[in-house]
Design a protein around this ligand. Structure first.
Ligand SMILES: NC(=O)NCCC(=O)O
Ligand SMILES: [Zn+2]
Length: 502
């Protein structure tokens, strides 16, 4: 039952025998949480961490994993993925099984995917995604996109929060004629999010101006992938980020800006945070480690694989985003994993507007952030844990079940060898995509073991995973970002000095 290094037949395959033990001792490593690192062993039983102490003694039947000289950390949580996503006339090539297999091979043990409504219906979209996710082999949660507005939508938002474990809603300010919403909907949506204790998220680009920019490029005869980048400059990301921030401030609700790609957006987030506003900024691996140079490649297949929105920016934006992440101005790293094969990208061979937008990253995030941020000395190992796992668990209100190695936390754990090397290639990755935007990257610091809910699922470069074993993680509303909001509302009301009774 081995295929491409993946064991998928749990019942038949011997390689599962060693790994499926419900008791596990992780011995001898440096255990790192976001606030503390220590030399300790970790005892795991039935998928849950039982004890974190030096020198734990166990019975003979317990499997022991030796982590001497290595870092033992919470598994990564990717806050931004698009598996089986119907978009721009295509569907992303990774389903919930292949995308999650890739994630586990790269040290990510949970992800939060974006549910897209069906004909505007949130309930129908949720049901469809719940079905798709039945094949999951690791834990996952959902954000919900809102693309239209009516009574049914606001009723569904309430049901999704109160009964279905959703605590975040995303509004696309781009993709005119498809997913884009206008300011009126943003305001209604933000108000509803505030009332429900759900986090409002935005894809921040001015969709009207992007459409204008696209027409301009076509008129100039620029039809290739570079037209994509040229049609949606960073000022349009800055404008929409500023607008969303102001509207969230007006409503007094927390805001989460997904895929921060530019200094323009960063500046707006930093200004808002400095003024005390609750704004979270999520750069993605592509915005942190890539630049736009490949979009001018004469080979369409190479250039098209970098087409995503907002676009990957010119060199310099990446370094600024790294610095902001290292100093806490940005809070966590996603991937926006949205993989389309080279044949799917060819839909836009004569018109860049038809190239399905999206890049890979779910498998590469933990390695690349280690290599670029920790190996360069920009962040500590504790900070690494915070930006790849713990901050996400806090923001989406699932800490300390996720994002920590503590007694009673889910045993989602990685062992990273800082002295081992990794290589990235489409030939060896586990995603179904036939290209890789990080092709040829070689770095230091390798995830040698991934433990998902107490089971070793990645070891010796082999996956041992079971279709259907992943669980949906309900995320409760009113996370920490909402603490004290009522007091700010009261202060606002008393500041009005109105109505004046005459
Ligand atoms: N980002 C991208 O290009 N594709 C995924 C859809 C989105 O998040 O905008
Ligand atoms: Zn987006």
């Amino acid at each position: 039952s081995q295929e491409n290094g993946i064991c998928t037949a749990a019942e038949e395959c011997q390689c599962m025998d060693k790994t499926s033990s419900s008791k596990l001792l992780n011995k001898g490593g440096t255990v790192v949480n976001a606030d503390r690192q220590q030399q300790a062993d970790i005892y795991i039983e039935d998928g849950v961490v039982v004890e974190v102490q030096p020198n734990i003694k166990v019975a003979d039947e317990v499997r022991v994993l030796d982590a001497t000289g290595k870092y033992v950390m919470p598994g990564g949580i990717d806050p931004h993925t698009h598996l089986e996503f119907p978009f721009m006339g295509q569907e992303t090539i990774d389903d919930f099984f292949s995308g999650q297999a890739a994630a586990l091979a790269g040290g990510t043990t949970m992800h939060i995917d974006f549910v897209i409504p069906i004909n505007g219906s949130l309930a129908a979209g949720f049901e469809a995604y719940a079905k798709k996710a039945e094949k999951s082999c690791m834990d996952y949660g959902f954000h919900m996109a809102v693309t239209t507005w009516n009574e049914g939508v606001s009723r569904d938002m309430e049901i999704l929060v109160k009964e279905k474990g959703i605590n975040s809603f995303k509004f696309f300010m781009a993709y005119k004629g498809e997913l884009m919403v206008k300011d009126e909907l943003l305001l209604q949506g933000f108000k509803m999010c505030k009332a429900l204790g759900a986090l409002a998220q935005v894809h921040a680009e001015n969709g009207e101006a992007v459409a204008e920019g696209q027409s301009r490029m076509i008129e100039l005869g620029i039809t290739g992938p570079e037209g994509h980048t040229l049609s949606r400059p960073s000022m349009l990301e800055g404008e929409a980020t500023a607008r969303a921030i102001r509207l969230a401030q007006f409503v007094n609700t927390p805001l989460y800006v997904v895929h921060v790609m530019s200094i323009d957006a960063l500046d707006e987030i930093v200004r808002a945070r400095q003024s005390g506003q609750r704004v979270i900024g999520e750069p993605i691996v592509a915005s942190l480690v890539l630049d736009d140079s490949k979009i001018w490649d004469p080979d369409f297949t190479i250039a098209a694989k970098y087409v995503m929105s907002p676009p990957i920016r010119a060199s310099g934006h990446n370094k600024a985003l790294q610095a902001a992440l290292s100093t806490g101005l940005l809070q966590l790293v996603g991937t926006d994993h949205c993989p389309f094969n080279s044949t799917q990208k060819e839909a836009g061979i004569i018109d860049f507007r038809k190239i399905p937008n999206g890049v890979n990253g779910i498998e590469e995030r933990m390695h690349l952030i280690w290599d670029v941020m920790v190996n360069s000395g920009q962040i500590s190992v504790m900070d690494y844990v915070r930006i790849t796992s713990t901050a996400c668990a806090h923001i989406f209100n699932i800490y300390p079940r996720k994002g920590a190695i503590l007694p009673n936390s889910d045993a989602d754990i990685i062992i990273l060898n800082p002295n081992a090397t990794f290589q990235i290639s489409a030939k060896s990755h586990h995603s179904k995509i036939d290209t890789n935007v990080y092709e040829g990257w070689e770095g230091k610091g390798k995830v040698e073991v991934t433990i998902s809910r107490g089971k070793v699922v990645w070891e010796h470069d082999r996956l041992m995973i079971e279709r259907g074993s992943g669980r949906y993680i309900s995320m409760p509303p009113f996370g920490y970002l909402f603490d004290g909001m009522d007091k700010i509302d009261s202060a606002y009301l008393s500041s009005l000095k109105a109505p004046v009774y005459r």
